[in-house]
Design a protein around this ligand. Structure first.
Ligand code: HEM
Length: 502
């Protein structure tokens, strides 16, 4: 059934990653009091970019934590309708263990968002076409937050959007094709293993998900929305739908140890005489990712990079590579999107259908210069090759401000992070977490590369990525923002019913 998305009500970040706006800055804020929170939201509202109307040289989005929603006056009875993971927060001790935020990634060591850090109300994401436009937008925002008495807890800078993440691999290739958005209209009806059309309700609340149902979201009695600012529940309950056209936003600052990553790959692939083997080093790193530095998938070109395939996403695993001889079973991209490789029947539509329920819409941006800012070699501009040749500047802190958008925190982000990425027994393995970004605490420091006649095991993998901050946010639809903006008036007139529907 064709889905009609309300693009004028959906924040544009769901529809696009802003490749034409390569500069971005993310401001994490807390308001001192409700008046300040409302002053900021009233200023932001006309500036928020809807999915249906984007042109120009900047875009702005705003998302809230439960604390921020409370500050705006949303009552507990409505907050109770948000998913428990959102309400409990990313740093709940049980959740930290579940997400692998232990050891060096323990929230007590985080730069922001940890339990001893100031509570966060919300996040403002600003995108721009040039550094000047970004600086001007940020200066405007700062003036506004200062005037309103809003605290900027931290401002996360990103580096200019390019093809490569700091380890030197082409990133941003594979994304779900979302029903109802323009890309889906050109796609094959059923899609391909890499380009399956995923129901909009997997990424936008208030639309059918992979089960044909509406994912849980906060609803409130119609009487609590007398001005009919909110859409009504498409499920037919008559309730006002605060969740519709919104989604959850996961933000995690993931610091990458670029030197450590390439040092490990270099040492593990030394020749018998002890000399470095740059080609073998790059090949091992590619096995960890599942794509070559150019982005070419290992299932299609197992032995050498082929930049001509750099954007290729039209592949499955089971039919061409069931044993992981080309792309290891535990490689990063094979874990986070196993496509057709898992039960109930690998290689079939049933396997792909299960996988559809665990997709992530990624919107992250890298930060810091890392080592990939080294001088380009004549005729060879590939950062991974420059890194391998040590033709680079010293490392400064660098990493990924990982962002993903989902309708279900538990079934999508948390499942992928826990059950696929950090699971030492994923896909028949027994001591391997994600070789690129997995936690090694307490297990998982092995990387198995299937091969004939015998597989190769790399042991004592260091942890190359650690979490430095993070939080769960709700990215509301624009009607929901309008509703939140006028809340105090309604709250003061005590128009809220005592029980909100779930
Ligand atoms: C510093 C951390 C990370 C790095 C360096 C990294 C790197 C990469 C690279 C190089 C790719 C291949 C390019 C592409 O398909 O777009 C990729 C794909 C992907 N990554 Fe990550 N990633 C990181 C963190 C994460 C996390 C935390 C998750 C999920 C919890 C994740 C989920 C994905 C997904 C879903 C894909 C697409 C796979 C596919 O559809 O084939 N990544 N990542």
């Amino acid at each position: 059934m064709a889905v009609k998305l309300d693009l004028d009500d959906i924040q544009g970040l769901i529809a696009r990653g802003y490749s034409t706006l390569p500069y971005a800055r993310f401001t994490i804020f807390a308001a001192q009091d409700p008046a300040a929170a409302h002053a900021l939201l009233s200023w932001l509202l006309p500036r928020v970019t809807p999915a249906g109307r984007f042109s120009g040289d900047s875009a702005l989005h705003v998302a809230y934590t439960p604390a921020g929603l409370r500050r705006l006056g949303l009552p507990e009875s409505v907050i109770a309708g948000f998913q428990p993971q959102f309400r409990g927060g990313m740093t709940d001790p049980n959740r930290s263990r579940f997400l692998g935020d232990v050891g060096e990634s323990d929230p007590h060591c985080w730069a922001w968002g940890g339990p001893q850090e100031p509570p966060i109300d919300g996040l403002i994401l600003l995108y721009a076409s040039s550094p000047e436009v970004l600086d001007a937008g940020q200066a405007d925002l700062t003036r506004q937050t200062e005037a309103a008495g809003i605290r900027q807890i931290t401002v996360l800078d990103t580096r200019e959007l390019g093809n490569n993440e700091p380890f030197g691999f082409h990133d941003g290739i594979s994304q779900p094709v979302i029903a109802g958005l323009p890309k889906a209209s050109g796609a094959a009806p059923a899609g391909t293993p890499g380009g399956r059309i995923i129901p909009a309700g997997e990424f936008v609340l208030g639309y059918p998900n992979v089960y044909g149902q509406l994912t849980d979201r906060p609803l409130l009695p119609a009487a609590d929305d007398p001005r009919r600012l909110l859409p009504r529940d498409p499920g037919g309950s008559g309730a006002a739908d605060l969740g519709r056209n919104g989604c959850y936003l996961v933000l995690r600052q993931l610091e990458q140890d670029v030197d450590g990553f390439w040092r490990f790959a270099g040492q593990a692939t030394r020749r018998p005489d002890g000399a470095e083997d740059p080609d073998a080093r790059t090949a091992l790193a590619a096995k960890m990712v599942g794509r070559w530095p150019s982005g070419a998938p290992l299932v299609e070109t197992p032995d050498r990079d082929n930049p001509g395939l750099g954007n290729n996403n039209d592949f499955g695993y089971y039919r061409s590579d069931p044993l992981g001889l080309a792309c290891p079973l535990g490689a990063h991209i094979r874990r986070v999107n196993p496509r057709d490789s898992l039960d109930p029947q690998p290689g079939t539509d049933a396997s792909l259908a299960v996988n559809d329920g665990h997709r992530l819409l990624r919107r992250g941006r890298s930060y810091g210069s890392g080592r990939s800012d080294g001088p380009a070699l004549p005729g060879n501009d590939n950062p991974a090759v420059r890194l391998a040749r040590n033709d680079v500047s010293p490392q400064r802190e660098t990493g990924l401000h990982f962002i993903c958008l989902v309708a279900s925190l538990i079934r999508q982000f948390e499942f992928v992070q826990h059950t696929w990425l950090n699971n030492p027994t994923f896909h028949g393995l027994y001591d391997d977490t994600d070789p690129l970004i997995g936690s090694r605490d307490p297990r998982g420091a092995t990387f198995t590369v299937p091969a004939l006649p015998v597989r190769r095991r790399y042991r004592d993998l260091p942890q190359f990525v650690r979490t430095r901050g993070g939080a769960y946010f709700f990215l509301p639809g624009i009607s929901a923002l309008r509703y939140l903006d006028q809340l105090p008036a309604d709250a003061r007139s005590a128009s809220f019913s005592s029980s909100a529907t779930r």
